[in-house]
Design a protein around this ligand. Structure first.
Ligand code: SF4
Length: 434
């Protein structure tokens, strides 16, 4: 039987030592006390984190694409005696001395979402499914966000594309979806749908469910992992989700939540209570994990995460190979790591709770099973994938991080001519000779 952290764990943070349980599990208190800038971060952790860490964190934020935003809940779960190795800290706080050089083939919007968008915030890549982005904010900002081109505030190195909450903009998306009968699925993401008001949840949910050809909708939120107390204390929001779920039931359509946990230490007794509530309502919750170096890239870490998620009725359905995102090479692993991990994970949980390891192909080919490469050169780190049902005839290249390659190969990637040769050599292996 799994047991989860259930003491007043936040009291070890001096800034929260006097906070009562009632306050701590109030989502409004969490939002009000979330750390949203560097001075505030320093103030909150100055008595518990090593000085060198605080200095490196401030320098880190000036070099990375995501702004500071972290909830008191997350701050309370970090081991501040050794934040350098803490799996939660690594996800939200960059430190300058851990940052690594970007791979030269890396692009800000590596999945080509902007290119594949048919209207601002609406991506129609798979014939049956659309990705709708009604907002560009989240309750906490992950360093490795794929959508770092848009999510959160501008940073020193990235001027964001804005996708604000704007019902007028959404109308264009709804009209497009309505006029495309091949669409059955809509993923509502962002940003994070936790940050949508109850009224907006209902407006979006009802509108989409009433489109006859839409059969399934899912709200994407990392909220259950970064601020589970919202499920327990924001009655209006929960009622809104429930009313969308109920309409879906009446219309025989699925309404689900897709969430995002990366490490077992993100799960506490508060998460369990929140999940119990969602389970009682009959809401299906699925999890998408991102494979992160130093966070969940060992068999024991990934196995424990899967077991803990399954225990609280979250279906761990995907593990994503880390996308090529600016400023987070220290968190990326090779495809080889993902392949080994997948073998170690299969068999520890029921088949339906065993995640598929996928790689979202740079260039917009969509998600491919990690094992399904056409070619993989472990020396140069180039893998080639195809997506016959999404973009037939095209080839998609993924690049292992430089730190996973030999020194001479790393140097070769810095040379534009050799770079070109390594990519052509990989493509030659798979493109049929006419
Ligand atoms: S919650 Fe999702 S969208 Fe928001 S910053 Fe994290 S990865 Fe990006």
């Amino acid at each position: 039987m799994a047991t989860y952290l259930d003491d007043a764990f936040w009291c070890k943070i001096p800034a929260f030592s006097q906070v009562s349980e009632d306050e701590f599990i109030d989502y409004k208190w969490q939002i009000k006390h979330s750390v949203c800038n560097e001075p505030n971060l320093i103030k909150t952790i100055k008595d518990i984190a090593p000085d060198e860490f605080i200095k490196a964190a401030c320098q880190g934020f000036s070099k990375t694409p995501m702004a500071v935003r972290i909830t008191p809940y997350l701050l309370s779960l970090i081991n501040w005696r050794d934040p350098w190795h803490d799996p939660i800290c690594k996800q939200f706080i960059p430190t300058s001395n851990q940052l690594m050089e970007d791979h030269p083939m890396l692009r800000l919007d590596s999945l080509h979402e902007l290119k594949d968008a048919i209207a601002p915030g609406l991506i129609h890549r798979y014939a049956h499914k659309a990705l709708f982005l009604p907002l560009d904010t989240c309750p906490a900002y992950c360093r490795f966000c794929t959508r770092s081109y848009a999510v959160g505030r501008d940073t020193n190195i990235v001027k964001k594309v804005n996708l604000p909450i704007a019902p007028q903009r959404w109308k264009e998306a709804f009209n497009y979806i309505e006029s495309h009968p091949e669409l059955e699925d809509v993923a509502i993401s962002g940003g994070d749908t936790y940050n949508l008001s109850a009224e907006h949840i209902k407006a979006i949910g009802f509108r989409l469910l009433q489109i006859p050809h839409i059969r399934r909708i899912r709200f994407a939120t990392r909220g259950i992992a970064v601020m589970p107390m919202k499920i327990l204390s924001d009655e209006k929001w929960l009622k809104a989700i429930t009313s969308v779920l109920n309409l879906g039931r009446q219309l025989h359509k699925e309404v689900a939540l897709h969430t995002h946990f990366n490490h077992a230490s993100e799960i506490t007794s508060i998460t369990q209570l929140a999940m119990n509530q969602l389970f009682e309502l009959g809401l299906v919750v699925r999890n998408q994990t991102v494979l992160l170096r130093g966070v969940n890239d060992t068999a024991s870490q990934m196995q424990l995460l899967i077991k803990r998620l399954s225990y609280i009725n979250i279906q761990p359905y995907y593990v994503y190979q880390h996308d090529l995102v600016k400023g987070v090479e220290d968190l990326r692993t090779s495809v080889e790591t993902a392949i080994k991990l997948e073998k170690n994970v299969r068999g520890v949980a029921a088949g339906f709770n065993t995640p598929t390891f996928v790689l979202d192909t740079p260039g917009g080919g969509g998600k491919r099973c990690i094992h399904s490469y056409e070619y993989y050169n472990r020396e140069t780190g180039v893998s080639v994938y195809t997506a016959p049902a999404v973009k037939p005839g095209q080839y998609f290249l993924y690049f292992d991080p430089l730190h996973s390659l030999k020194v001479e190969i790393r140097a070769a990637w810095q040379d534009p001519k050799k770079r070109e040769e390594m990519c052509s050599e990989a493509l030659k292996e798979v493109i049929p000779v006419p």
